[in-house]
Each structure stands twice: as C-alpha cells, then as structure tokens.
Design a protein around this ligand. Structure first.
Ligand code: KIV
Length: 272
C-alpha cells in the first residue's frame, strides 16, 4: 500500500515518509480555484502556486514582475479548491532578498492570508539566514536550486545549470545548507540528471526535480505546459499529456460558427 493513498491530507511529514519508502512525489503548479480543485481531486501530492503565474497567467516574459499581493491572490484561490494536497506558495522576487526580517514578514503575510501549508524561496547560501528565520517561526520552507528564474538577468539564459564542476559543487553545498537550515524539501530545476540523483541520494529531505532526471524523489511541471496550453515552450524535460490549446481553439471556433449561423441557442437552450 502506498503512503500517499492512505493519507487524508498530505503534510511535510507525509512527504518525508514517501521518500523513506521510495515512493515518488507528484507535484504540479496551479494558480486558481477551479484548476486546483481538479488537480487535487486527481490525486496530486503537492500543488505549487508558482511565480510562473507571472508568465502563464499575467503574460510577463519573466517571473520578476509578479508582486507579493498577486501571489497571495493566487495562493488564496488555490487553497480554497484543495482538500488533500500540500499547498506551497512561491515567495516572489523582491519579497525576501532584502533581509531576513523582510523575508519573514513576507512569509507570514502569505501564510496568514492564503492559509497555504508552506512557502518556496530560490537560492542557497545567500538566503540561508532568511530560511532559518522563517523555519524558526514555524513556517515550512521548500528550497529551489539549479535554474532559478528570478535570477535570469544574472545568468542571461534559461539553459541547463551546474554542468561545470564548480557550479555543481556550489549547488551540492547549497543543498546541504538548505537541509541544515530546516527546509522540508528542495526543488532542483534544469540540471544534469547525474547531479540530481547525487543530491537526492545525499539529502534526507525529498528532492523534487523539473528537468533534473529520474533519480530524484519526485517531479514537478507547470500545469499549463503539461496540459499543452502553452505552445511555444518545448524544453526536453517537458512531457505533454494533452494538447489543450488546440482543443480550446477548436471548441471556441465551433461556438463562434454556431453563434454566427444562428444554430446556438436552439429551442431547448432558451426559456419559454
Ligand atoms: O514557479 C514555478 O512554476 C516553479 C516551478 C518551475 C518549480 O518554481
């Protein structure tokens, strides 16, 4: 019997148990009530209210413009649709990098208003003091290393990170520091599979990958990508489970045609 099938509510302890039993963790993003409800009902373990909302919901090129208030709005909407999954809200760019007190107050705002279960921050050594302070306040923290989209202007590209030994060593050290600081899990984005496996084997906490290979403890994808709502984005790590973009365009096209031809509404679709 799997750990996750027995639980009514996924907690950080359940995720730790899953790692212990070698059961893979499933995680997807969601940004609104209706989608979160479906994703939860389908049996996902973790829902991430990602700052990728900046891209897929708000149409920005990067994740940088999304604000704390906007993340709180998305987080609050998602939590209302979820009864089982663990809900993690991304702390947006500018809400935690200043200092650890600012980070704590942003995390507290997220938790108080959204009723989510945890927050996620990007970075290693540079943000350790903030992670420690937030964890000390009783707020579960998920780390995020490898490709960190909030630092895109520093790196310049979205290519695979930590291919070179020096960067791989820093990532490994950062992962250790995040575990020591009390993170309950870490996301590794777009790094060599070998390194992902090494981190997952070394750490006791779950390591969840997006483009980090199959040797990690779980996988996360952006829901718009895996459902085929986004069309331009086709990285190697992405598996598309639907082609919703063409389904939606087809349905809308049919609706437009039915309205124009006066086929809709018919007799049964109106009141007497
Ligand atoms: O914001 C996001 O969607 C993320 C995932 C890519 C892990 O951080």
């Amino acid at each position: 019997m799997s750990v996750q099938k027995e639980v009514k509510r996924v907690t950080t302890h359940v995720l730790a148990e899953m790692k212990l039993h070698g059961e893979k963790i499933s995680m997807l993003t969601a940004y609104d009530y209706s989608m979160a409800k479906l994703v939860d009902q389908a049996g996902i373990d973790v829902i991430l209210v990602g700052d990728s909302a900046s891209n897929v919901m708000a149409g920005n090129e990067t994740t940088l413009p999304i604000t704390l208030d906007q993340m709180i709005y998305h987080g609050k909407s998602v939590v209302k649709g979820v009864t089982r999954a663990l809900v993690v809200v991304d702390m947006p760019f500018g809400s935690y990098q200043g200092n650890s007190l600012e980070a704590l107050s942003s995390a507290i705002r997220i938790m108080k208003i959204t009723h989510a279960d945890a927050v996620k921050l990007e970075g290693g050594k540079e943000i350790i003091e903030s992670v420690e302070r937030i964890v000390l306040a009783g707020i579960p923290v998920m780390g995020h290393l490898g490709l960190m989209p909030q630092s895109i202007h520093k790196y310049g590209t979205y290519t695979v990170r930590a291919k070179e030994e020096l960067e791989a060593q820093k990532l490994l050290e950062d992962a250790r520091l995040l575990e020591q600081a009390g993170c309950f899990a870490i996301v590794l984005e777009k790094i060599p599979a070998k390194l992902g496996k090494q981190v997952a084997e070394e750490l006791k906490i779950p390591v969840i990958g997006i483009g980090a290979g199959g040797g990690v403890d779980g996988q996360v994808l952006v829901i718009h990508d895996m459902l085929g709502l986004t069309q331009e984005f086709s990285p190697r790590f992405l598996r598309r489970y639907l082609n919703l973009a063409s389904e939606i365009k087809g349905a809308v096209g049919n609706y437009v045609a039915d309205v124009k031809s006066r086929d809709f509404p018919n007799e049964k679709e109106q009141y007497n």
